[in-house]
Design a binder for this molecule. Structure first.
Ligand code: NAP
Length: 286
C-alpha cells in the first residue's frame, strides 16, 4: 500500500512502457516487505534536465536511465563513478539526502557478476566480443577490468576501433584487437578464443531467426557462448553453439544483476536476486 512514508524510485526513458524493470524492482520490494515503489516515467528527448530537477525536488531516491537518455543525463549529474566514466553511459542515478546526484553504470558489474555466478573465469584469457554498441562498451570494460584481453568483432570496424581505444585508455595494461564481423574472420577467430560474448542485437525478438554467427561456421575452440540478449531466452546463436557442444548462457542473468546492483545502491540492502529473476522470467514466458 502506498502511504505517506512510501519511498519512490523509477526509470526514465522514451518509451518506457515495455521495460521489465518495474516488475523486477517491485517484486524485490514485495519480497522484502519494504514500503518502496518503482515507477516508470516517460521523459521525451530534450526534457532530461527538467526531469532530473523534478526527481531531486520530489525526493525520489534514484532512477534507472534507459534509451535514449543514457548519455544525455551525464552533463546534468554532480559526479560519475569510474564505471560510468569508462563506459560513457549512465543507467542508474542515485540522489543523496542533500540533493547531490551521481550516476553509475550497472551493466558492467551486472555482466561480470553473472559470469562469476556461472563460474566462468576470464583472467589472462582472450575473449571474443561480437558488437561495439552500448552493451559492448559495458561488456568489454567488465572483461578488461577482470583481467581479460579482448578481440572486438563488429560490422562497422571503425566503431570497434573507437571502443577498443576508449577502454584501452582506462585500462592500459590490457590488449585489444579489432576485426570485421564476417564469416571468414570468425572461422579464424574461433580457433583463438575459448569464450564468445554476443553484444549485437542480432537475434533479438522479434527477429528470432537471425544470428550474428554465420550458418556453417564452426565454433572452433570456443567452449562458452554468452549472449546478452534476453528475449528470446534461447537465441539462435545459443542453439548453434549448443549444437557444437559449447556451454551457453543467455542475457537474463545480466539483466537481473544490473537491476539488483541499482536496487542495492538505492536501498543499501542485499537485493533478493532470486525473486527478481523469477519475476522477469514469468513475464518473459507470458
Ligand atoms: P546498439 O548500441 O544499437 O548496438 C547494436 C550492435 O549490434 C552494434 O554493434 C551493431 O553493429 C550490431 N548490429 C546490429 N544489427 C546488425 C546486423 N544486422 N549485422 C551485424 N551487426 C549488427 O545496441 P545495444 O544497446 O548495445 O544492445 C544490443 C543488445 O544487447 C540488445 O539486444 C539489448 O537488448 C541487449 N542488452 C542486454 C542487456 C542485459 O542486461 N542482458 C543489457 C544491455 C543490452 P554496427 O556498429 O555495425 O551497427
Amino acid at each position: 500500500m502506498v502511504d505517506g512514508r512510501t519511498r519512490v524510485v523509477g526509470i526514465i526513458g522514451w518509451p518506457v512502457e515495455h521495460s521489465f524493470s518495474p516488475i523486477m524492482h517491485n517484486a524485490a520490494f514485495r519480497e522484502r516487505g519494504m514500503n518502496w515503489i518503482y515507477v516508470p516515467f516517460p521523459v521525451p528527448p530534450g526534457r532530461v534536465p527538467q526531469a532530473l530537477e523534478g526527481i531531486r525536488a520530489l525526493g525520489i531516491r534514484g532512477v534507472n536511465v534507459t534509451i535514449p537518455h543514457k548519455e544525455a543525463v551525464i552533463a546534468h549529474l554532480d559526479s560519475l563513478t569510474p564505471e560510468a566514466q569508462a563506459v560513457g553511459a549512465v543507467n542508474t542515478v542515485v540522489v543523496e539526502a542533500d540533493g547531490r546526484m551521481w550516476g553509475t553504470n550497472t551493466d558492467a558489474p551486472g555482466f561480470w557478476s553473472d559470469l562469476q555466478a556461472h563460474g566462468v573465469s576470464v583472467t589472462g584469457e582472450w575473449v571474443l566480443v561480437l558488437g561495439a554498441g552500448g552493451a559492448a562498451r559495458a561488456v568489454v570494460y567488465a572483461l578488461a577490468r577482470a583481467g581479460a584481453n579482448v578481440t572486438i568483432a563488429n560490422r562497422t570496424v571503425g566503431r570497434a576501433t573507437t571502443l577498443a581505444h576508449r577502454i584501452h585508455q582506462v585500462l592500459p595494461h590490457r590488449s585489444f584487437r579489432v576485426v570485421e564481423l564476417r564469416a571468414e574472420t570468425l572461422a579464424e577467430e574461433a580457433q583463438r578464443h575459448v569464450l564468445l560474448v554476443n553484444t549485437t542485437s542480432v537475434g533479438m525478438w522479434p527477429h528470432v531467426e537471425a544470428s550474428p554467427w554465420p550458418e556453417g561456421v564452426g565454433f572452433g575452440r570456443i567452449r562458452v557462448v554468452y549472449d546478452v540478449i534476453y528475449r528470446p531466452r534461447e537465441t539462435r546463436l545459443l542453439r548453434q553453439a549448443a549444437a557444437w557442444g559449447c556451454r551457453t548462457i543467455g542475457g537474463l542473468g545480466m539483466l537481473v544483476r544490473q537491476g539488483a546492483e541499482a536496487w542495492r545502491l538505492w536501498t543499501g540492502d542485499v537485493p533478493p536476486v532470486k525473486a527478481m529473476e523469477e519475476a522477469v522470467r514469468r513475464v518473459l514466458e507470458e
